[in-house]
Design a protein around this ligand. Sequence first.
Ligand code: SER
Length: 339
Amino acid sequence: MRKKAIFITGASGEVGHALIKKLAEDNNNLLLTLDLHPLPADIRHLTTHIEGNLLDNILLARMISQYEIDAMYHLAALLSTSSEFAPDMAHQVNVEGTLNLLKLAAEQSQWRNKPIQFIFPSSIAIYGMPEMEQSKGLYQKVREWEWNQPRTMYGCNKLYCEMLGSYFSKHYRQLAAEKPVAVDFRSVRFPGLISAFTLPTGGTSDYGPEMLHAAAQGKPYASFAREDARIPFMAMPDAATALIQLAHAPAERLSRSVYNVTSFSLSAGQIRDRVVAAFPDAAITFQPDMKRQAIIDSWPADLDDSAAYHDWGWRPAYDVDRAFDEYLIPNIKKRYGRG
Ligand code: SER
């Protein structure tokens, strides 16, 4: 008899770390995780972990022979800056990896005669605003269907995978004699994420978390974003909550398959001010990298997440004050032994 499990890819990454902790709070959840890397020590006991590649079909087939997958949280991806340096690999991991799993989910839905849930984190990077003065300043809270013109490989990958996911949930094998059971695909577009416990690698919103973690360690930090660069952010626990809440939402409440979620919008200078208030000896300077800055300039200053509010009751638990005062600063101080 196969064991029922929730499957999480990219489990060793930042979102994986928060999501695994949160899913493991429910003892009924059996978690099965996949990543190229081992899991961080503090979450190892919470899941059965496979070290491997999501493009390895033999590995996936072996997994399916042992586990009945109820839901997939497909987190594995190369982030936006990394993807610019390795676009072919980004396409392989971000697109082919997703397609591989969608096909697996479709096949398993067929076997079970019941849709498998496929939860997919997308990103603010799917937006691309042409010129800062003309668009980013004018259109503050961008809605899901606006400015879907990404300027990064990662953004293109994520946007296409959102579409692939919707296709698998609505039209996959639409000309076959019998329409297959659909995949239950649901996606959230995250803003920049900030965790107290982990650091991102290869993202373009990394200046926020990097600034904070450097200051807490007493290290100087030169931000690659301009002081006035503004994008939306969210505290990491809210990212895990959003994924789980969307997974649990009744299907009939959902008017879309992809939803914006966000919490607060800050400029890099405002993040610096909050960091300095907590760590007065912080040495933060601004040395913009104009190429990475151009990517930030193409991302909206804020997101309209009213569809998520309305359809599935999305509310971030951490607004900007709670995020810094109750989650980030106290946990980071503890982490680096700053009292
Ligand atoms: N944080 C991501 C990045 O910077 C965007 O989703 O790549």
